[in-house]
Design a protein around this ligand. Structure first.
Ligand SMILES: [Zn+2]
Length: 265
């Protein structure tokens, strides 16, 4: 009797992967998988219950670029391949996987072993990457850039600041003005100085869009300066489905792709 080892190995790998993906909500960490096999993830998009990992280049046709093709992951962890072009219709995850990683076993990208994990609290996909721990001697020898101010003297880089005052005093107005001055850069106002222009995302929680628009228009006309860096507005009034919780991964991936903070470099 002779055993066909190749066939046996293939069937074993397949059934083990199947078992892994159906077990305990374990799922493939698509980002880690793509990274390991040199596939650049261009962005992440939520589509209904599925997560689409947009690819820099389609697996099957390099002319399909910049997110036209994606590896998709359904709510239950099931994977699929999707390309926007007609010529790529019908390609399956199995085919894509074969091109990307051949017959490699994927268990190292499954579940909490080394990859993504589904939080039982929120249902969000959490990426687990090893933490950097560094010895004190090496740490004090690191060449770190000095901390600078976004707005001198009170708003430092990576700082948290809270403006508080009774209602009606003009906190929102002031926050808008600060956002504007920082995006313009190189200007002082009331003794506060923005050394250089910085991109600003202004997140508003409750103002009617029309009021926000009027106030901003007033600031633009009043200061007579123009932003040198992007100044973007996120306001619930312009959202058709309300605002998600931006503290969750789901909320964060619903931001436009240039605002998704955790894309691999
Ligand atoms: Zn394609």
């Amino acid at each position: 009797m002779s055993i066909d080892y190749e066939k046996l190995r293939e069937r074993y790998t397949e059934s083990r992967d199947k078992q892994l993906s159906s077990n305990h909500g374990l799922r493939l960490d698509v980002e880690a998988y793509c990274h390991a096999f040199g596939q650049e993830v261009y962005g992440i998009k939520m589509n209904g219950g599925s997560t689409l990992y947009l690819l820099r280049e389609c697996i099957f046709d390099p002319n399909h670029k910049n997110g036209e093709a994606a590896i998709g992951q359904a709510d239950d962890g099931k994977l699929f391949y999707q390309c926007f072009h007609d010529s790529c219709q019908g390609h399956t995850w199995k085919e894509a996987r074969e091109v990307i990683s051949g017959k490699d076993n994927l268990s190292r990208f499954m579940g909490s072993a080394s990859g993504g994990e589904v939080s039982s609290m929120t249902g969000d996909l959490i990426s687990i990457k090893p933490l950097v721990v560094i010895g004190v001697q090496e740490f004090i020898g690191l060449d770190l850039p000095p901390r600078s101010n976004i707005l001198s003297p009170w708003l430092p880089e990576q700082g948290l600041a809270m403006i508080h005052a009774p209602r009606g005093v003009g906190k929102t107005h002031l926050a808008l003005l600060v956002a504007y001055i920082v995006a313009c850069g190189g200007k002082s106002f009331n003794g506060w100085h923005a050394p250089e222009s910085k991109a600003v995302l202004f997140i508003d929680g409750e103002m009617p869009a029309a009021v926000l628009q009027e106030r901003l228009s007033g600031i633009i006309l009043g200061t007579g300066i123009e932003p040198q860096a992007p100044l973007n507005i996120l306001t619930p009034d312009l959202q058709t489905n309300g605002m998600p919780d931006l503290g969750t991964k789901k909320g964060q991936v619903s931001m436009p792709k240039n605002f998704v903070p955790f894309l691999p470099e």
